[in-house]
Ligand binder design. Structure first.
Ligand code: NAD
Ligand code: TDX
Length: 336
């Protein structure tokens, strides 16, 4: 079995590549990644010399490059490659459409041309928009994205759907809630708060801090995708989530407590534009139809995550010393 994983040098992609390379020594795993600011081959050090793993640097929107890879034989595609940060999509939306919509279409077209067995699109709960105080997103909730990021992910999802309906392609879409864990890029809430707290820097909380996210440990997302690859029914969407709703301020306080840092580091800043209030996922379908079960409770997952950031200060310090500074200044200027 030849598995093409795109975006495998990013946060979830690298966790997934490590998971699959170790679990399926008989599969060939090819990782296609453009190594944008978010891609980091350091994440893959533990498996880079495994005989069942190959890395190719390239852009999913580069049709020629993608064709060359498919020519060598691909059985299954799992597309993680994306621009993934909502705040960056508000500052500069264009690249989100280029990668998340155009890139997806290029991959789909190659998958069609070379008759791959299955195409799996890694999507997000954000395509459903926002919830009020009650309710959950199911697979039939209407798509109503609110940010350029989620709109571009929705565009990708709709193309995947169209390739199934039009060409009969065997596709699945997974829509997962917020992941956390090892190798999470420090622009995102949890690693940003951990690294800032460790540096005694202010912790920027948007708006009133009461927006709610549903958090899932990244390895549990990987096991869900593994099940979808092998057992997902053609054309189906599967929601993935951990039943772990937390307000942002709860998350920040949990991190401060674990690191024994003062609450005075918390700084309320201007709200994110179009900020979705609450996400919650109903994962009944993947649990009952595919037998998926998350392994981690939030308490053990967050403990493991915080310990990893304590033990791997070099990893995030290196990231924060480069182009990250420029982004930080644009996003959090008033806190510098
Ligand atoms: P990430 O930003 O950490 O990683 C993205 C990876 O894609 C990077 O390695 C980057 O170099 C690569 N990439 C970007 N543009 C590319 C291109 N044009 N061609 C090839 N590679 C490219 O993102 P992540 O948080 O790991 O998210 C991975 C996927 O999962 C995304 O599709 C995202 O929408 C989805 N998702 C993320 C979450 C989450 O909580 N992080 C939740 C649900 C779904
Ligand atoms: O500095 C911050 N302050 C703050 O209050 C940052 C970076 C975030 N926040 C808030 C905004 C959100 O309500 O924390 C919450 C989580 O923010 P992010 O970590 O940026 O994640 P989110 O916007 O929820 O999107 C994430 O989950 C869904 C991923 O980045 C997406 O790729 C995924 O699709």
């Amino acid at each position: 079995m030849k598995l093409l994983v795109t975006g495998g040098a990013g946060f979830i992609g690298s966790n997934f590549v490590i998971y699959m390379v170790n679990k399926y020594p008989e599969y060939q795993i090819i990782n296609l990644d453009a190594l944008t600011y978010a891609g980091n081959l350091e994440n893959l050090k533990s498996i880079e010399n495994q005989p069942n793993y190959t890395f190719v640097k390239g852009d999913i929107a580069d049709a020629k490059k993608v064709d060359e890879i498919f020519q060598q034989g691909v059985d299954i595609v799992v597309n993680f490659a994306a621009e993934s940060h909502v705040d960056r999509s508000i500052l500069d939306p264009g690249i989100f459409v280029q990668t998340n919509v155009m890139g997806t279409q290029v991959l789909l077209e190659a998958a069609r041309k070379y008759n791959v067995q299955k195409y799996v699109q890694i999507s997000t709960d954000e395509v459903y928009g926002t919830l009020g105080d009650t309710g959950m997103f199911s697979e039939t909730t209407p798509l109503a994205p609110n940010s350029p990021y989620s709109a571009s992910k929705t565009g990708g999802d709709l193309l995947v759907r169209a390739y199934h309906e039009t060409y009969g392609m065997n596709v699945n879409i997974t829509r997962c809630s917020n992941n956390y864990g090892l190798y999470h890029f420090p622009e995102k809430l949890i690693p940003l708060m951990i690294s800032n707290a460790l540096n005694d820097k202010q912790l920027p909380v948007y708006g009133d801090g009461l927006n709610v996210r549903d958090w899932l440990y990244v390895e549990d997302h990987c096991s869900a995708i593994d099940l979808v690859i092998h057992n997902g029914k053609s054309g189906e969407v599967y929601n993935v989530g951990g039943n772990n709703e937390r307000t942002n301020i709860q998350i920040v306080e949990t991190i401060l407590e674990a690191l024994d840092k003062p609450k005075s580091l918390i700084t309320y800043v201007a709200d994110r534009l179009g900020h979705d209030r609450r996400y919650a996922i109903d994962a009944t379908k993947i649990r009952t139809e595919l037998g998926w079960q998350p392994k981690y409770h939030f308490e053990s997952g967050i403990k493991k995550t915080i310990q990893w950031y304590l033990d791997n200060k070099d990893w995030w310090t290196r990231i924060q010393s480069g182009a990250y500074q420029e982004y930080y200044a644009k996003q959090y200027g008033e806190l510098l």
